[in-house]
Design a protein around this ligand. Structure first.
Ligand code: HEC
Length: 294
């Protein structure tokens, strides 16, 4: 179809039986952006370039933020910490709580882990095919809106319930979560004008008094070492005190009571059935001697 100088050239359209004739009149075809000068623009490259610039700024901002403020790491895992109550991140609390319900746990756990979430996400995938109405206003789409409201309400409810359960459990077991424990310790240390962690380091550096006392054998025999450590330095992150310098904190009578009857709501077990009175006496006499050298 060359439009040369010869204006008398005949233009021939070649029909193709495979291409159906348009049934929409040209006047009905929606106009493209060029019909709205000043109000719209070409997608490529104008619009895309703008979007891309914004994307780059956000990305660089993110990079700067992550480099200047490294993400905090959690505490090292401690398998001996019996007081630890594992909890998922807040946005999974509702699922966590959901799995405690009677008919989605134990024998029905497959229903809870695969069944119900499968139906929920399957429904989301199918939504564009099921909800094909042109209507966009939520109050004109009762089924979709009600389903969405119901799921929102249940997510909020389950999250709240999960958190309440957790607080209740903490109270029942007399547990202080690790991060709060550490915060308290750090605050105490700061009040004493110490750097965080200094108190613990100090405690660990106190030498044992009378290292060859027969009571040391008793700490092994009675399995104190299983929790308080073979070096008897305790485990700070699990809230288990060190024996080094423990005589500064407790008197002999207090120590006898702790070892006989336990402490910390049962986290420190009672030894009245496992050790004889003489053994407890011997052990606590030695513990009471564990003072910091002046
Ligand atoms: C099952 C682990 C475990 C064993 C075994 C154990 N302890 Fe403890 N002990 C703990 C914990 C946990 C605490 C902290 C309790 C608390 O939170 O007050 C503790 C605390 C203590 C305290 C200080 C009490 C206080 O209130 O701070 C003493 C003293 C003590 N233990 C002595 C012993 C002796 C002696 C033995 C061995 C005869 C022993 N423990 C065996 C876990 C244990």
């Amino acid at each position: 179809m060359a439009h040369g100088h010869k204006s008398d050239e005949k233009v021939v359209f070649v029909g193709d039986s495979r291409v159906r004739k348009r049934t929409v009149p040209v006047s009905k075809v929606p106009p493209d952006y060029s019909s709205y000068p000043g109000k719209s623009e070409a997608f490529i490259p104008n619009f895309l370039l703008k979007e891309w610039m914004v994307g780059v700024v956000v990305l660089v901002g993110f990079l700067v933020l992550t480099i200047s403020e490294p993400a905090p790491l959690g505490y090292p895992a401690d398998p001996t910490n019996a007081g630890f109550i594992p909890m998922p991140d807040w946005y999974f609390l509702f699922l966590y709580q959901f799995l405690k319900l009677q008919y989605v746990s134990k024998d029905y756990v497959v229903l809870g882990t695969v069944g119900v979430p499968g139906i929920a996400f399957g429904a989301l995938l199918l939504a564009p095919f099921l909800d094909t109405g042109k209507e966009r206003r939520f109050y004109k789409r009762p089924i979709t809106s009600i389903l969405m409201l119901l799921s929102l309400i249940s997510v909020f409810y389950l999250t709240k319930q999960s958190w309440d359960h957790y607080q209740h459990e903490l109270q029942l077991t007399n547990t202080v979560p690790e991060h709060i424990l550490r915060e308290e310790k750090a605050r105490e240390a700061a009040a004493k004008g110490q750097e965080p962690g200094e108190a613990a380091a100090e405690a660990a550096n106190i030498p044992l008094v009378d290292k060859d006392d027969p009571a040391v054998e008793l700490t092994k025999k009675a399995q104190c070492v299983a929790c308080h450590g073979t070096d008897l330095k305790g485990n700070e992150s699990a809230g288990i005190p060190s024996f080094h310098g423990i005589g500064d904190e407790f008197k002999k009578e207090q120590l006898v009571d702790i070892v006989t009857n336990g402490a910390g709501g049962g986290k420190m077990p009672a030894f009245k059935d496992k050790l004889t009175a003489e053994e407890i006496d011997q052990l606590t006499t030695w513990l009471a001697k564990q003072k910091k050298a002046e």
